[in-house]
Design a protein around this ligand. Structure first.
Ligand SMILES: [Zn+2]
Length: 81
């Protein structure tokens, strides 16, 4: 399990944001959802405005898009001539 270096107390549930609390109480990795000065930097990041469109998209997203476009290709109904 990993916590932020600045985590108030990795063993204390109330030292984590609601997300971290849920993850911790279900026994999984809190993924750094620790409260630092009463705020969770990870949630703050998640709630931050999305990156501008000029930012390069991660290759994983491109792969997913390519796979999706193949799946949604329309299938022409059989035509008898
Ligand atoms: Zn959080």
């Amino acid at each position: 399990m990993w916590h932020l270096v600045a985590c108030a107390d990795p063993t204390r549930l109330d030292a984590h944001c609601p997300v971290g609390l849920e993850l911790l109480s279900s026994g999984v990795d809190p993924e750094g959802h620790c409260l630092v000065d009463g705020e969770c930097p990870r949630c703050a990041l998640a709630n931050a405005p999305v990156l501008p469109p000029t930012a390069p998209s991660p290759p994983l997203a491109a792969d997913t898009l390519a796979a999706d476009s193949e799946v949604v290709q329309p299938v022409a109904p059989p035509v008898e001539n």
